[in-house]
Design a protein around this ligand. Structure first.
Ligand code: S3P
Length: 181
């Protein structure tokens, strides 16, 4: 199998006993979509970190950003992240690995998997989904594509510390069993 730096293949790294799985990657890369599929194949319980934070707060992420600021949201998502381990597959928020040393925590408590997707594909998925996402709700068209492109560049330092990288632009459900041991 290819190493994780060979992005011509949809699957990097080796099949492994992955433990708790943390799906990381930019907004709209498919963390929830793939997390649910992965849960079906693995018997792990699917958890969406944003939903946990929103349920705990009884507010949407957009409300938390607006009322208490992004720093407070980051502290809430970090606390929620650290309450999980064991048989879970966790769809994190797009910024989760980039704050509070969370990528190291994930790497020490299971397997972080970066779902890599091109800025153009992410744009296509997000263009009608901006309203509930506080970082992009004011953006559209070229401005949105520019933001996505630049923000991914900024965040890839963290995303690429994942133990496994899946190029989801070229990935199929059939590949999942090959990764799970
Ligand atoms: C964020 C992504 C969102 C949510 C919040 C901040 C980010 O999650 O956590 O709006 O910083 O990229 P999704 O990646 O599930 O959209």
């Amino acid at each position: 199998m290819n190493t994780k730096t060979d992005l011509s293949s949809p699957i990097g790294g080796q099949g492994a006993n992955l433990g708790c799985i943390f799906l990381i990657g930019f907004m709209g890369c498919g963390k929830t979509y793939w997390g649910k599929k992965w849960a079906d194949h693995s018997g792990l319980t699917f958890v969406d970190l944003d939903e946990i934070v929103e349920a705990q707060q009884d507010r949407t992420a957009a409300q938390i950003f607006a009322e208490d600021g992004e720093d407070h949201f980051r502290d809430l998502e970090t606390a929620a992240l650290k309450s999980f381990s064991g048989n879970n597959i966790i769809a994190t928020g797009g910024g989760t690995p980039c704050y509070n040393d969370n990528i190291n925590w994930m790497n020490n408590h299971g397997t972080a998997i970066y779902l890599l997707s091109s800025p153009q594909n992410i744009f296509s998925r997000l263009v009608n989904e901006t309203k509930k996402r506080p970082l992009i709700q004011h953006l559209q068209g070229e401005e949105l594509l520019f933001y996505i492109t630049e923000k991914i560049k900024e965040r890839e330092f963290f995303y690429r510390q994942a133990g496994l990288i899946l190029n989801v632009d070229d990935f199929a459900e059939d590949y999942i069993p090959a990764i799970i041991k």
